[in-house]
Design a binder for this molecule. Structure first.
Ligand code: DAH
Length: 344
């Protein structure tokens, strides 16, 4: 009996020595120590032995069992710590690596320009007003002295919403809305999107304008020149020169277009001996429409033209931004191409 047990103990040790996984260890445990295991079978036979031998054999069986249990346990811990060491080595995180920066957005160049223009006029005491983008014909045209069938309507390439409503073709209707609700003196600007049926490198079907106007007693063309000259110098730099050219707008009389000395050639008309392409070698860039508010506009809003006078102006934001940043295609503003936007 003793010899059988010792042989069995040896066999278990050998089998364990050949194990390579925890599943195999478990298999060995079941085969030898399980309820129907071979060592268990032997133990069952202990009762049939002469009483004197029982404790000796029992002791031997227990010793084998203990040894096997310990061996299984130590193999298991050995493997587990090896696995952990392997994982630690291969899954190591290099905490000194610089982190990945998440993409940070920033303001669109048009918003920056719009805010800059707005800030200059707010600094001069102008209030900021808003108006509807779907506008009725009266505010967009009639009250601005552009009656139906007036040829000036052709310049506007209007999107009609229905027979009486349009997508506003300019921010001038806000002038009317503010004057309808305010008694002079009043000085206001109206920044916002406008819409025209037009689409090429210098025209977009949606673009932005800032309308501005000032009405009080005794306002003259000199006030217009002073305010807009100041705006231009603040926006484009103190060295910028201004030129007023006679023009026509139905809602102003007299009307003037304001040019600034070219931001690229500085008015020299040539860059490195080549004709300046931005001002087409004229030395000037058109930047603003303006004029003294027409008496017909005052009549439409109930202002007395004998008592009050005023000036108005309109600036295209895209145009200002294009000149300021040297952009040659208006569509770049609206394509959301990050390669373009990241440059600002
Ligand atoms: N509303 C004009 C336009 O869209 C711009 C303009 C010109 C506004 C002259 C004015 C002005 O107030 O006096 O084209």
């Amino acid at each position: 009996m003793k010899a059988t047990l010792e042989a069995l103990g040896l066999e278990i040790e050998q089998t364990l020595g050949g194990c390579t996984s925890e599943e195999e260890l478990e298999q060995v445990r079941v085969t030898f120590l399980g309820r129907k295991g071979r060592l268990t079978e032997v133990m069952r036979g202990v009762g049939a032995l002469p009483p004197a031998e029982r404790p000796i054999i029992g002791e031997l069986v227990n010793a084998i069992k203990r040894r096997v249990d310990e061996r299984i346990e130590s193999l298991r811990t050995e493997w587990q710590s090896a696995a952990r060491a392997h994982a630690l080595a291969t899954e190591r995180i290099d905490v000194t690596l610089p982190g990945r920066r998440s993409l940070q957005g920033h303001q669109h160049p048009l918003t920056t320009t719009l805010e800059e223009v707005t800030a200059i006029f707010v600094g001069l005491g102008f209030a900021v007003h808003d108006g509807p983008h779907i506008e009725d014909e009266r505010h967009n045209f009639e009250a601005l002295n552009i009656p139906a069938d007036h040829p000036a309507r052709d310049m506007h390439d209007t999107f009609f919403v229905d027979r009486r409503h349009v997508l506003r073709t300019h921010t001038s209707p806000v002038q009317i809305r503010v004057m309808e609700q305010t008694e002079p003196p009043v000085a206001a600007i109206a920044p916002g999107a406008v819409y025209r049926h037009d689409d090429d490198v210098t025209h977009s079907p949606m673009f932005h304008q800032i309308e501005g106007f000032l009405v009080d007693r005794g306002v003259t063309f000199a006030d217009l020149k002073g305010v807009l000259g100041l705006f231009v110098q603040r926006m484009f730099g103190p060295e910028t020169r201004v030129r007023f050219r006679p023009s026509f707008f139905p809602f102003t009389e007299p009307s003037a277009e304001i040019d600034i000395s070219c931001v690229i050639c500085g008015g020299d008309r040539f860059v490195d001996g080549q004709p300046c392409r931005v001002c087409k070698s004229t030395g000037w860039l058109e930047i603003l429409g303006s004029g003294m508010i027409h008496p017909a506009v005052f009549a439409a809003v109930g202002y007395d033209p004998e008592k009050f006078s005023g000036f108005a102006f309109g600036v295209g934001i895209e145009r200002v931004a294009m000149l300021k940043y040297g952009i040659n295609d208006i569509r770049l503003f609206f394509q959301n191409d990050l390669r373009f936007l990241r440059q600002f």
